[in-house]
Write a protein that binds this ligand. Sequence first.
Ligand code: GLA
Length: 411
Amino acid sequence: MTRRQTAPRPGHDDAARAEELSLRFAEVYGYAPDGVWRAPGRVNLIGEHTDYNDGFVLPFAIDRSAMVAVRLRRGAAQGAGQGPAGHDVVDLASTWAPDGSDLVRDRFRMPGLAPGAVSGWGAYPAGVVHVLAGLDGVAVPGFELLLDSTVPVGAGLSSSHAVEVATIVALDDLLDLGLGRPEMARLTQRAENEFVGVPTGIMDQSASLRGRAGAALFLDCRTQEAELVPLPVAEQGLTVLVIDTRVAHSHSDGGYGARRASCAHGAAALGAASLRDVPEQSDLTGLDEETARRVRHVLSENRRVLQTVERLRAGDVAGIGELLVASHTSLRDDYEVSCPELDLAVDAALAAGAVGARMTGGGFGGSAIALVPATRAEHVRNAVAEAFAAAGRRAPDVFAVVPGEGAGRAR
Ligand code: GLA
């Protein structure tokens, strides 16, 4: 597995960030943007690898986000200040460069925009343009965009979906499309699947679009019905720590797609349209051993999501700890998407007093989360760092997150 180059930049006040981005936009393009929009990354509390099985998930939006400043092109007739570009050209610039450079730029022309035409980070906004332009009655004009993000790249916190979501809320606003949040989730999922070429589910975009401060999003991925479940972490003397192992994950590497294929195969062999329709008590002995373990994870994980929601509805945040641990065990042993660094993070956090811990996101690297008593947060952070050093591993990045607001206009 490759390691990421970038260190996350700590988030600061959104209004100040939006103003800075607006000023930087003027430096880059020569005039002010039409506005600035933000979209958060996410942490999944529980419900892993259930979304593409029509199951349940319980993520929350975090206080780290992508921001885009955007200005629509005014059309050739109004040309002043537009430079040589035609009105169907999209100019992209980003201060969020995986190679650590100060500003990276990309450009594409709308007619003929097809998967493969734009690669790297530019594929995220381009994918959104591609799906919007394919909608009946929607004409997307050229525009200029400047991106910044405080969501660490490759940490499993949905940095790419945050860019897609920030782009779609900006274009929805600017073009007055009136798209609903579930619809935007579906469209950004299509951008990811069809344009970027990564076969992910609908959880990440939904968390970014529909999350609210102080709550987790209980989402039925089959119907997109959602409930905001209060997550009074700080109020109950707790903190959620993210332990970014800094082992880069990628869902285009094959492991993710292979898990999806196993689930589809398992469902078909059990005569169900999806694993959502398979009761947990089902007889799995007709399946090959590996498929049975994959299926067992999904069935038990859906149950754990429902149990977690029940405990949270009862106001017992610490009470979900054991379910987080059981989720990790199942992902490690049955679903086999953990890695030594994630297991080490979870074990070290639990040994240091976390009430629960698990890998979060797709796995194969990325981050773990630990639910810890606030008074023990520093101790857990140090203990995890020491465990990584003792194991000869690169130091993880450990930071606290809070359930934050979903995507919207920032300026
Ligand atoms: C990634 C995908 C999600 C989901 C998780 C696993 O984050 O983007 O759609 O499948 O993995 O729960």
